[in-house]
Ligand binder design. Structure first.
Ligand code: HEC
Length: 718
């Protein structure tokens, strides 16, 4: 008996040793991402997080591909993605495996050397949440797990080897307007995620930290105060509530953090970039004024507890959808001859901010380009000095930038080699009009969740422009700027090889000299992109990967985006990987094309239904484009046969016939609603602006521009 017992014990120890060995081997075989890896700026082997490391610099120390060798860069392989909706995400790479999140958070694991798919996982998004959300922008990796959010509010973790679901948790409340599109970030075994939704009404933003191993909630921090009668969650909310007026909580307030979070390992803090107000219009949201904390801010929270530490608000009392949700990059740069630990931040509003990480104090802020809403940032108060009239005091305003931002979610990159920040910049105006919407009678359902009038016109091809801007944060001066095609281009990566990589809207993937912006290499992707590239090394060879496909804000910008000729159905969505001396051939794809509206002369327009359809079409605009002019992502409805048939239209729009391809169902639409939409689409298909109409519109904007200038100079008052 004793012998058997001993044997059992010995065998037990043997099994334990074997298990430990297997675990060790497994750990050795799969490089793990943890605090140490994410804090290591000098090891460029993997790209294990959205911004590569905690700093979010999107800079790689790899230099096998450099200014000299880059002309030999070629395609290693491409992977065509079938039937996926929207590709705007940054891949990650760990230990020779690339992970991508495409469309409605379908995750693929792909061998980085061969391009072979290892597994894929579809979380099956709630169809009713498909309609309001953009594509997912990235995912996270932590100790053998791939972690991603879904548009319907779920956060989930997969086993990185098998793609098996390990845990999932719901981060939002049932039936609310929140949705996830951002990449989660992981630190200290905690995963943090926020959400979008401020533009859809009734949303009070928050961020939540979960246990990365179990998905159990750790802490949650609300961004704007709730109903004071219910008491405040913490001191920060009590303080914030003093900066709001009226009954803001009835509208939600907004502030949603839908994109950027940066963990600071030295101070054990997480910085949150917060969003716009809900509604946008401050007169309605908080009648009587107030800064409306913590909208449009960078907020520092204790990473362990989620407790508030400091904030810097870029737009007090925001009224223009000026998110501060754009990336926050940690860097050490010389300020007055001393190295200083700072946050670099280029929110939508067009200024470039340098903040002290420890205190949140503003070090400097300058305009990156055309900014007409404020004169400068007052360094003593840290507040913008706004021009009169920009709060549409007279009922309307035209200003630069608008809600598209001078910089948006497409991430920038900071190179410690050059000390420059490389920013995908745009020049796009904003027009805001709230004539006749009265704060006393404002009804969010009736008057719309933005609190300004909807924009019903197409966005002309020449309404915006874009550039790649190299900005020196230490001197707050431009180093160089290269004009780019179209209005928005992809996120940026820089490397120790002296290169800046960017995917463009014209379908080119370009590497530039980080000192001058000169093109050193470019490749045709067969379709434009908005997604940022990554680089990593496997078996001693440096690779560069990027997702290509037409997506993002392109969807609603009408003719401005359609100019490139990318058509969601015709053009590919693909994962492309490049290596020195790569010689793979790019699979063929159709040339760019433009939609040709079709018509049925026997279709008799009913003006009342056209008007009703125009309002209902607001639900379609995010994908099918403003004024039914598609930006090239979803089909141009003016050119589609489907709206010509009552039955086919109902089958697709009401009953979800194309749901699997990314067209959400709208079960709430009545027969009259469907008829109204069909009438509106026919009206748009027949619409040709008359010269008189065009002149009137142009004249209106010219007069408004002159008026805004005169107000800025103080010659007239609003
Ligand atoms: C979240 C994005 C999204 C929204 C919102 C959306 N659609 Fe779509 N829609 C799509 C996509 C993507 C397709 C193409 C799917 C495919 O490839 O077959 C599509 C296809 C269609 C088609 C079929 C066109 C054709 O020629 O086959 C119709 C009709 C249509 N949508 C109407 C609407 C209407 C009307 C609304 C608003 C009530 C709407 N859609 C809202 C994404 C969207």
């Amino acid at each position: 008996m004793r012998g058997a017992g001993q044997l059992r014990r010995v065998r037990g120890i043997g099994i334990a040793v074997a298990a430990a060995l297997t675990a060790l081997l497994a750990a050795a075989a799969s490089a793990d991402v943890d605090n140490a890896t994410l804090n290591n700026e000098t090891d460029g082997i993997d790209w294990g997080a959205y911004g590569r490391t905690f700093s979010e610099q999107r800079f790689s120390p790899l230099d096998q591909i450099n200014r000299q060798t880059v002309p030999h860069l070629g395609l290693a392989w491409s992977m065509e993605l079938p039937d996926v909706w929207n590709v705007s995400s940054a891949p990650i790479e760990v230990d020779g495996v690339i992970y991508i999140a495409v469309g409605f958070s379908v995750i693929y694991a792909v061998d980085a050397v061969s391009g072979k798919q290892l597994w894929s996982y579809d979380p099956k998004v709630d169809p009713l949440k498909m309609r309001m959300a953009w594509g997912i922008r990235g995912l996270a990796f932590w100790k053998g797990k791939v972690i991603a959010g879904v548009q319907d509010g779920r956060l989930f973790a997969l086993d990185a080897r098998s793609g098996q679901l390990l845990w999932q948790t719901m981060t939002i409340e049932p039936g609310d307007n929140r949705y996830i599109t951002g990449a989660p970030r992981v630190f200290n075994g905690k995963v943090i995620i926020g959400h979008g939704g401020a533009d859809f009404g009734g949303v009070r933003g928050y961020v939540t930290a979960y246990d990365a191993d179990t998905g159990k909630q750790d802490w949650r921090w609300y961004i704007v105060p709730g109903d004071p009668a219910k008491g405040f969650e913490n001191k920060a909310m009590e303080m914030a509530a003093k900066t709001w007026k009226g009954e803001w909580w009835k509208y939600g307030g907004g502030g949603t953090a839908w994109n950027a979070f940066t963990y600071d390992p030295e101070l054990n803090r997480v910085y949150i970039g917060t969003g716009n107000g809900g509604p946008w219009n401050a007169k309605l949201r908080s009648p009587g004024g107030g800064d409306n904390l913590f909208l449009c801010s960078v907020v520092a929270l204790d990473a362990d507890t989620g407790e508030y530490i400091w904030h810097y608000q870029t737009n007090p009392g925001e009224s223009w959808d000026f998110n501060s949700t754009m990336d926050m990059v940690l860097a050490t740069i010389p300020i007055d001859g001393q190295p200083r630990k700072v946050i670099l931040h280029a929110p939508k509003n067009g200024f470039f901010y340098v903040l002290d990480r420890a205190t949140g104090k503003l070090i400097s802020a300058e305009k990156l380009g055309k900014v007409t809403w404020a004169d400068h940032i007052d360094m003593s108060t840290g507040r913008p000095v706004e021009y009169p009239g920009v709060r549409y005091e007279d009922g309307e305003t035209l200003m630069w930038p608008g809600s598209g931002g001078l910089h948006n979610w497409q991430p920038m990159s900071f190179s410690p080699d050059t000390g420059l920040t490389y920013i995908p910049a745009h020049e796009l105006a904003g027009y805001y009009n709230d004539r006749g919407i009265d704060p006393k009678t404002y009804d969010m359902v009736r008057d719309g969740p933005l609190g300004i009038h909807a924009f019903y016109d197409d966005v002309p091809k020449n309404a915006g422009s874009s550039s790649l801007l190299a900005w020196n944060p230490a001197t707050q001066k431009k180093a160089w700027e290269i004009p780019l095609p179209g209005a928005t281009n992809g996120g940026v990566m820089s490397t120790h090889g002296g290169l800046v990589f960017q995917g463009q809207s014209d379908g080119k993937f370009v590497a530039r000299d980080d000192r001058s912006g000169a093109v050193l290499w470019s490749a045709d992707m067969g379709v434009g992109t908005q997604a940022p590239p990554i680089t990593y090394s496997v078996g001693g060879r440096q690779y560069v990967s990027i997702l290509a496909g037409w997506a993002g804000g392109q969807m609603l910008l009408g003719s401005l985006s359609a100019q490139h000729g990318w058509v969601g159905r015709d053009h590919p969505r693909r994962l492309l990987t490049y290596v020195l001396d790569g010689a793979a051939a790019l699979p063929p794809s159709p040339p760019p094309s433009q939609p040709v509206p079709v018509d049925d002369a026997s279709f008799k327009l009913d003006p009342a239904l056209v008007a009703k359809g125009r309002e209902l079409y607001q639900r379609c605009l995010i994908c099918h484009g403003t004024a039914a002019v598609a930006g090239g992502f979803a089909p141009d409805l003016r050119a589609s046969q489907i709206p010509l048939s009552e039955a086919a239209f109902a089958a697709i729009v009401k009953n979800g016939g194309l749901q699997a391809k990314g067209m959400p169902p709208f079960p709430e639409l009545s027969d009259t609603d469907l008829a109204a939409l069909r009438n509106y689409i026919r009206d748009r298909a027949r619409y040709k602006p008359t010269v008189g109409e065009q002149l009137r519109t142009a004249w209106h904007f010219i007069v408004l521009m002159i008026k805004m200038k005169l107000m800025a100079w103080g010659w007239i008052k609003p």
